[in-house]
Design a protein around this ligand. Sequence first.
Ligand code: FES
Length: 366
Amino acid sequence: MVEKAAAPRIPAVRRALLRAARALTTPLLPDDYIALLDPRWSTREATGTVVRARRETDEAVTLVVRPTHGWPGHRPGQYLRIGAEIDGIRHWRAYSITSDPEHPEGLVAVTVKEVEEGKMSPFFTRDCPPGTIVFLGAVEGEFALPQPLPPKALMISAGSGITPIFSMLRELERRDALQDVVHLHGTRTAEGFIFGGMLRDLAERHEGYRLHEQLSAQDGRLKTTHLDDLVPDWRERETFMSGPREMIDAFVEHWEGEGIADRLHTERFQPIIGDGSAEVGSGGTVRFRVTDKEATCESGVSILVGGEEAGATLPYGCRMGICHTCVGRLRVGRVRDLRSGEVHGEEGETIRTCVNAPEGHVEIEL
Ligand code: FES
């Protein structure tokens, strides 16, 4: 597995001691021994211990984690790659961070909604009791509150898309900046609304925060046609949106039609792959060296999809370029990033198979 956790922040004295120990253990590193005993002692990989698993709804759980070496910080709206070993294999998935960036005990939380056919979410929601050790990747993502904060904001979320929006709302409350925020949230039922209780309570406490719950099981999904009724001044608001891709696409088109696309900030968690906006290239053939399979990928078809269609068993997590679970080492050829159209890749480079297509013949260590 190529994917690794972020580098932990180690105090200077400890770092100096480790440097000295390195001389005694060469050619291996002290870390190679101590991480075998307990991954939390690793000085090369950031880890954490689950201290609480709090059930939010029937399907969603918040994992509260104590990072081993201190938390590097995050901006509300960003996400964290989190890894766990399941049946001896390390898997990764990215989740929005839902804890306060200035948590007094230095704890960090992510909220996970169970996806039945998923690998990671059933583990995190059912089999992750306090004491479980997890691996922590880098904090990533550009979806965050701007500085200075906007005077009037609109939040639009649906389903588990609530997680980065919740984080932003918490931040606005902490900074006493909930003066004029309208929040439209789509959820199938009121009971399935992750953080519903906390957000209803927030609306009770703050006149400047207005929450509308759109219950799709009885009233249909949230649509752009609801905007004029629910938020007559929506065009004037800085808008932050997170939810299913089709919903975001519809809203983006609506904002574009009004010529105010720069006021809409979105978190897709699903990049647009091969939608015609980027050059999709010629496609090509892929040889998977480990599984000894060959695949042909048409123009615009990712290596992951092409490989699966050819019967190869390949690792994957998010299938959208976020979690890095699908990486393999490129041995021959060049690939095209389906999000940007850019052709790249050198011999030995690790590439994400879910967002890259072969450009000609490719051989990959998978
Ligand atoms: S499967 Fe997550 S980055 Fe490819």
